[in-house]
Write a protein that binds this ligand. Structure first.
Ligand code: IFM
Length: 379
């Protein structure tokens, strides 16, 4: 049916540490034990409830889903791969396929196994080799079921938070280490891409970066460019597609504050920025684009429906103008663990009661469903 048209993917995204629960063997769990970051604990218990969650996504009209694989589960100790974890993600992928949903799999979404941290984390040049071995194993396992792979999620944004702002582990606030980690991540991406592409030329391997629109932009185009494209530009010849994560307008020198045009986290809502970012991404990167994340913290679900409508309208306008955009993934399917902010920001199309783990579909999720239906019919 046209509804299942695989030409364009509509769905939502999640990441392992933010939804699964029960992950105890990585850098975030360790930092939480030391009281440095909030505790993720059982999170949404998606590890045990993915079937139910994917049924909801399917009912909401999604034909694709982006999620990440937890490295610390697959390889809990150096060189030791956990068969039960490998079997688990095989079931996750099968659950999506059984519902007619295309899996988009992120291999690294910010969390490192504790043994990698002990070996130096992204400060160390050895980590690229470890990442490559892990990625090779995972792709070898699921190559027949997964076509679209993201190697690294928002590496540039991660470096800024881990080594400049110092709010993500290892929380070092050290500019030399920031640069080192950035270059190691870029090298890691390139070497993973080269290996995977030579083994599996028919699969698609991409990068994902956080991109925003900056104001005032006059005289600041360098900053704007650097904010969005430092990493993507470095790896542009080593990707099959680029994933754009777009959330907000950044007003330089202004503190985030909730207001009529901002999310609960005080992030300024600015749909026009998405169109602009997509255009500059097309120009600088010259690869097919996906919107791999777009969303907002909105506990009362007052702004989400209009946010989705306006951002998708911008995206469809850019697509009409000839930009090669192949999918839209809302962040997020479920309320989840928002890193250093903990659980209070509510990003889900589906609300989670963290006490009972009960799921409740938010009204905006139904509006997104209608938009998906309408866009597919008018395509
Ligand atoms: O929750 C995060 C996600 O892990 C990466 N991109 C931005 C989201 C919202 O902050």
């Amino acid at each position: 049916t046209r509804y299942m048209d695989p030409q364009f993917y509509w769905g939502a995204a999640t990441a392992s540490y933010q939804v699964e629960g029960g992950i105890e063997n990585n850098d975030w769990a360790e930092a939480a034990r030391q009281g440095k970051v909030p505790v993720a604990g059982r999170a949404t218990d998606h590890y045990n409830r993915f079937q139910e969650d994917f049924s909801l996504a399917r009912q909401l009209g999604h034909n694709a889903h982006r999620f990440s694989i937890e490295w610390s589960r697959i390889e809990p100790e150096k060189g030791q791969f956990d068969e039960a974890a490998i079997a688990h993600y095989r079931e996750v992928i099968a659950a999506l396929r059984a519902r007619g949903m295309e899996p988009v799999v992120t291999l690294w979404h910010w969390t490192l196994p504790q043994w990698v941290v002990d070996a130096g984390g992204w400060d160390s040049e050895d980590t690229a080799g470890y990442l490559r071995r892990y990625c090779e194993r995972v792709v070898e396992e699921y190559k027949d079921e997964v076509r679209l792979w993201v190697i690294l999620n928002e590496p540039q944004y991660w470096v800024a938070h881990a080594y400049v702002k110092g709010v993500f582990p290892p929380a070092e606030r050290n500019i030399v280490h920031a640069l080192t980690a950035f270059l190691h991540l870029a090298e890691a991406h390139k070497s993973v891409y080269a290996r995977l592409k030579s083994l599996y030329p028919d699969l698609q391997f991409g990068a994902v970066e956080s991109m925003g629109w900056i104001e005032p932009a006059v005289g600041r185009w360098m900053l704007q460019w650097f904010r969005n494209f430092a990493f993507p530009f470095l790896v542009r010849r080593h990707i099959d597609f680029m994933g754009v994560n777009y959330y907000r307008l950044w007003r330089i020198g202004k503190k985030d504050a909730p207001g009529p045009h901002a999310s609960d986290m005080g992030w300024d809502i600015y749909p026009q920025g998405l169109g602009r970012v997509l255009k500059s991404a097309a120009r600088w990167i010259r690869k097919p684009l996906y919107i791999t994340e777009n969303g907002l913290a909105d506990a009362r679900d007052e702004k989400r429906a209009e946010f989705i409508r306006a951002h998708i309208a911008e995206m469809l306008k850019a697509k009409k103008e000839g930009i090669d955009i192949r999918g839209y993934f809302h962040w997020s399917l479920l309320d989840n663990f928002e890193w250093d902010s903990g659980f209070w920001p509510r990003f889900g199309l589906v609300e989670v009661d963290y006490r009972t783990k009960e799921r409740t579909v938010r009204p905006s999720a139904e509006i997104y469903k209608d938009i998906i239906k309408r866009s597919i019919i008018s395509n």
